[in-house]
Ligand binder design. Structure first.
Ligand code: HEC
Length: 152
């Protein structure tokens, strides 16, 4: 009896050790999410820079805005269960999973505002694009970061 129990413990220890040697699925999810968010931030900065300075080209705002609209849709699926603060190094708060209705609302607002930005970008109207970029920043980025991202 004692012998089989000992063998059982060794088997568990081996399983735990082999598990610890690989990166968890949660960490992969976090890595992907951060990369996608960084891309969102990059397009935001690129658009603002084209609008405010002589750098870049007005016609390329549409490329950035369309990419942003696509990335906003990815946001809806880049917060799977098991990718929270207990699963790896992340600034995402548990509220994402504890208040799913609120999180869904702000994600939908992000998608809607990003779609509107892509539409505005197509017109080439600088002031319309600037106004919509502001709305996206307020109702998308800031609204979500305020509630669901850990403050640094
Ligand atoms: C629906 C919620 C939500 C929206 C909308 C959102 N973010 Fe985020 N963002 C997050 C969360 C949560 C994190 C933390 C990610 C993590 O550490 O897992 C984050 C992280 C980031 C990061 C840091 C990425 C890294 O390198 O770790 C940047 C940059 C960023 N967001 C920019 C933006 C910009 C710009 C917008 C708007 C155009 C935006 N985000 C919209 C939730 C959101």
């Amino acid at each position: 009896m004692i012998k089989s129990r000992t063998i059982f413990s060794i088997a568990i220890a081996a399983a735990v050790l082999s598990g610890a040697s690989t990166v968890s699925a949660g960490e992969d999810d976090i890595k992907y999410r951060k990369a996608a968010m960084k891309a969102v931030g990059g397009h935001m900065t690129a658009i603002a820079t084209i609008l405010k300075t002589d750098a870049g080209d007005m016609k390329d705002i549409a490329i950035h805005a369309n990419a942003m609209a696509g990335l906003a849709k990815i946001t809806a699926t880049s917060f799977p269960e098991g990718s929270g603060p207990m699963d790896g190094k992340t600034e995402t708060k548990m509220d994402v999973w504890e208040k799913p209705e609120e999180f869904k609302k702000v994600t939908m607002a992000f998608i809607a505002e990003a779609d509107k930005l892509a539409a505005a970008a197509g017109t080439g109207d600088k002031s319309a694009i600037g106004a919509q970029l502001g709305a996206l920043g307020k109702n998308g980025c800031k609204a979500c970061h305020d509630g669901f991202r850990e403050k640094k």
